[in-house]
Ligand binder design. Sequence first.
Ligand code: 6PG
Length: 241
Amino acid sequence: MDNIKVFADADGIAAAARDYVLAAAQRSIAERGVFNLVLAGGSTPRKLYEQLAQQTADWEKWQFFMGDERYVPLDDERSNQKLANDTLLSALAANIDQVHAVPVDQPTAEQAAMEYEKQIRQYFQDQAGVPEFDLILLGMGSDGHTASLFPGKPALNETGKLVAASEPGVLPPPVYRVTFTLPLINAARRVLFMAAGADKTKAFQAVRQDLTKTPQQATTPAGKVRPAGELLWLVDQAAAG
Ligand code: 6PG
């Protein structure tokens, strides 16, 4: 499949992802004067963020969102926003109105999800329909989850909300999450997955099968991601099996 590229290792993925993100940014800024980027959580994106931080770009035209977040304080080591701040956003000296963190200071994960959805809709000036991000970065867990859409959990089948609260999945950390739902992810102009490591082999094999079926028939959350625009998977040899 031409939307799957296999690299020797995680460094190869990070370099290819860096070039893809920069090209998407250039195109988005040329077309609309802004690059609305959704960052991924977990550990895989760290190398990409570190590489991006060393580049030169029209950073002032970039807007940063988070596709899913752990419902923990922003300075908690488990926070996806902390990873992004520490590896990328602080290096860019991105100013506060460019960074759209999940409002984890809300009293519950549900209220954080509702508030984030409101902020996203307001950012897109409450335009009709589902907001279209220029690029959404995603990872995949060994159970095939993506963002915080876990197999068998209600958030995976959410079609009314753009952002939902999600109970902890089976994979750590066992905390409530706030996550983009499939309707918001699938409205994106581009989605880029990064997956590395032998622990992802089984799930990625399932995704390969899923991509030959309809989203409804897909067996994994990651396999249900079919953006209106481009879908690209960057994996290493270990994950590709
Ligand atoms: C999270 C992530 C999650 C992650 C996968 C892969 O909050 O944990 O959003 O979806 O992308 O679990 O995680 P790794 O990159 O650490 O393997």
